[in-house]
Write a protein that binds this ligand. Structure first.
Ligand code: 9MR
Length: 580
């Protein structure tokens, strides 16, 4: 920490007079050049930056604690243009300041002052709320006041009478016949349930537990299963896993791509949507994603045979059956039937699903037949997203306890590949005006960023290089408010978070505040027709966001997005806690 000189004390005394006035002014300042920072609180170990208008470059700043002592003095960096926002930005950095407390930051010219907190349990608090959001999204179950307070609601979508759609018809299950497929989470702002997206979501949460189980063993979040001896992270994830298992046709092992109404329902509460629901077409992508998740579940849940009798074995059995179906149907691509208009989650390229499933089957069984076609060296690994999943397999390989005995998968090369992918994002982070690893803004850009954070965190775990950890942590700062929109993207946190998310429950429940702990998709230029171009005030991708219910392109929520941010924030919490 910088030392406090006499000169600085004089400087502080001059500025202190203006502190209270400035703090009040800042609270109402929402101008384009207001400071941007994590609006919730920094963790003591976090990278701590406050971003300002580039014209302020080089200005001196001081940080004053609650006892009015100057605890840090520094200088704003040189300003730099960030093409994603079309703005020049500079920042105050005070990462070395690590004592818990409330502080004021004051600029030398006395034009700006702001308060911020450093709090030990802040990541745990936000991460827990983000994980709890999955409980609120449970289908087929009443959400009770004792667990949900004002967000309690009657059960919706029992899904015990689901029709086999024509596209999914088979000998034993002809079109129009009925199956039961209750439970699971609603995908997003809509009430449908999609295996592909459930796949990456469930894996992400299972993998979080896999890596940080010691820290998360006693994780509690007041849900019906709390206190049953298992971490609530597992309890909640298993709610969706059990639904996924019902999506497999036991007659042949194939897995339905989705369970859905024919069209999106109106903006109503779950119990008010009584449209018929169908399972639609078995696809290889869905079946392979299912295989990977079921195999990973087996590995994790076999330690809990007493608490969950038979579940791990059922998962392995289901995984084998799904694998066999995929071998017999290696490239059945999802094609949206003409009478269905809900989310497609389709892709034409499924080598990455094959990679992921192969690796997870190998790790679950030790049988090398599953990886005989794998060539790590020749595989082009991609940042994870629902349609790009090979790096999920790479995570499992690089962090598996059995890693040293893997002969078929070259673990050394696997680690090199992971680090190479992470280096791309680390470089972007280092050179970015906003000190952030994202420079492209697809639909769900906040989740893209959270997945970059997860990748960077893995690189840190493999190398112990603090640069990766810092870049991962910057992703949390951005999500909590250190972004050009001055927006904390998690509902219920910060002083400027989304109030009008595209989420049927939050729209229809008559409660002003949206369900807490939900990550808004974030800026993107991909589908700006949703609210009409005129509502988007900027052509710059990082500013292309609107807090309006109509904005499914930028203000929707989704389980895969929430799981990525949950991993990032709870993972960092675990790393920081264990480094103490
Ligand atoms: O997250 C999905 C995004 O990558 C796609 O570009 C987009 C259009 O196909 O769909 C997004 O997923 C939506 C899904 O199709 C239906 N439920 C809501 C999801 C989030 O918008």
């Amino acid at each position: 920490m910088n030392s406090v000189s006499t000169q600085n004390i004089r400087f502080r005394n001059r500025l202190l007079k203006g502190v209270l006035v400035c703090v009040a002014a800042v609270a109402i300042s929402t101008g384009a050049w207001a400071q941007k920072l994590n609006q919730v609180a920094f963790r003591p170990e976090s990278v701590k930056r406050v971003f300002f208008d580039g014209n302020l470059q080089g200005e001196k700043f001081q940080i004053i604690d609650a006892a009015s002592s100057v605890v840090f003095d520094g200088e704003l960096t040189k300003s730099k243009y960030w093409p994603c926002s079309g703005t020049k930005v500079c920042y105050a950095e005070f990462s070395d300041l690590s004592n818990v407390g409330q502080y004021n930051l004051i600029l030398a010219n006395n034009t700006r002052s702001l308060t911020f907190d450093i709090k030990g349990d802040v990541y745990n608090e936000v991460g827990k709320a983000m994980m709890k959001s999955f409980y609120y999204a449970r289908a087929s179950m009443e959400i009770k006041p004792v667990f949900a307070g004002k967000y309690a609601r009657p059960a919706g979508h029992p899904d015990n009478q689901v029709y086999i759609h024509e596209s999914a018809a088979s000998g034993q299950r002809p079109a129009g016949s009925v199956i039961s497929s209750p439970g699971g989470w609603y995908d997003a702002g809509d009430y449908n349930k999609y295996i592909v997206n459930s796949g990456i979501t469930t894996y992400t949460l299972l993998h979080l537990y896999d890596l940080f189980g010691d820290n998360l063993a006693s994780f509690k979040m007041n849900i019906p299963e709390s206190g049953n001896g298992l971490s609530d992270l597992l309890n909640e994830t298993i709610y969706n896993l059990r639904w996924m298992l019902t999506m497999q046709d036991p007659n042949d092992g194939g897995v339905y791509h989705k369970l859905t109404t024919k069209n999106f329902c109106g903006m109503k509460m779950p119990y008010a949507d009584n449209l018929d629901r169908y399972v639609v077409m078995k696809s290889t992508a869905a079946t392979l994603d299912f295989t990977a998740v079921a195999a990973k579940s087996y590995r994790i849940l076999k330690a809990y045979e007493n608490e969950l009798p038979g579940l791990a074995d059922s998962c392995l059995k289901a995984a084998r059956l799904a694998w066999d179906w995929s071998m017999a149907n290696p490239k059945v691509l999802y094609r949206q039937p003409d009478d269905i208009t809900t989310g497609a989650y389709k892709g034409d390229q499924i080598e990455d699903e094959w990679f992921w499933a192969s690796v997870e089957m190998y790790l679950a069984t030790g049988d090398s037949k599953y990886v005989s076609d794998i060539n790590i060296n020749k595989t082009n690994f991609m940042l994870p997203q629902w349609g790009r999943v090979n790096t999920l397999g790479l995570y499992s390989v690089c962090t598996s306890e059995t890693t040293n005995s893997l002969k078929e998968l070259d673990v050394k090369t696997s680690k090199k590949k992971l680090i190479k992918l992470a280096d791309h994002y680390l470089e972007t982070y280092k050179h970015s005006g906003y000190r952030i690893s994202i420079d492209k803004f697809p639909w769900g850009s906040n989740s893209e960023l959270a997945n970059q954070g997860i990748l960077l965190m893995h690189a840190y775990l493999l190398t112990n290089n603090q640069d990766y950890l810092e870049a991962a942590d910057a992703c949390v700062g951005y999500i909590l408010g250190a972004n050009p929109l001055d927006r904390c993207f998690v509902t219920g946190f910060g002083n400027n978070s989304p109030m009008s998310i595209h989420d049927r429950r939050s729209i229809a429940d008559g409660i002003t505040e949206p369900i807490p702990g939900l990550l808004a998709g974030g800026p993107s230029k991909e589908a700006r027709h949703d609210c009409g171009e005129d509502n988007y005030q900027s052509e710059f991708p990082a500013l292309s966001y609107v807090d309006m219910e109509c904005s499914f392109a930028t203000n929707e929520i989704a389980i895969n997005w929430n799981s990525a941010a949950t991993f990032l924030i709870l993972g960092l919490d675990a790393i920081y806690s264990s480094e103490k």
